[in-house]
Design a protein around this ligand. Structure first.
Ligand code: NI
Length: 182
């Protein structure tokens, strides 16, 4: 399975709204979803949206169990892969209680910022087998699923922070990219 290239901010595609997937399309998208998973693991991400590899479809994947220690003190290096595939995800309920978390994004290498989001969300979606599912996510998993759903709507996490902080991250990202160019 090939590891796909990840688009880096400010790639204009990251601002586009992704399209709904037709249930009958899902089977033919399975190899692509497998590639997304391979790509996410290769980059040690917790989640990835299809748009981040240039495909404007409402697909996101996540795996909290395999998450990096940076994100969660409960990280277990022996954790077995536990991937979740969410197609056409939709938040049907969210808690009034908010949760603050220092988020990162594979489209913003080495950049982090604290974002406040609802602590618990319930999401309706189609799974890898095109089955209808509903799941409730808390804390880190909730942050992750909301961050990825944002991607499907053309929103990146820095849009949740102040313009001053956002500009600073954009500047640091420029520097980071220049360094990598050597
Ligand atoms: Ni992201």
């Amino acid at each position: 399975m090939p590891v796909l290239d990840i688009l880096v901010y400010p790639d204009p595609k990251l601002k586009k709204v992704s399209e709904e997937v037709k249930p009958q399309e899902i089977k033919s998208l399975q190899p692509f979803m497998d590639d997304m998973l391979e790509t996410m693991y290769a980059n040690k991400g917790l989640g990835l949206a299809a748009v981040q590899v240039g495909v404007l479809k409402r697909i996101l994947i996540m795996d909290i169990a395999q998450g990096s220690i940076r994100y969660d003190g409960t990280h277990n290096p022996d954790a077995k892969p536990d991937p979740l595939f969410l197609i056409n995800p939709e938040i049907v309920e969210e808690s009034a209680k908010m949760f603050c978390f220092e988020e990162g994004c594979l489209s913003f290498p080495a950049q982090f910022a604290e974002v406040k989001r609802p602590e618990v969300v319930t999401v309706k979606f189609l799974d890898y087998q095109a089955k209808e599912k509903q799941m409730t996510f808390e804390k880190l998993a909730s942050v992750c699923v909301q961050h990825e759903i944002d991607h499907l709507n053309g929103i990146v996490f820095v849009e949740h922070i102040s313009k001053m902080k956002r500009d600073l991250i954009a500047k640091k990202l420029e520097k980071y990219k220049k360094r990598l160019a050597f």
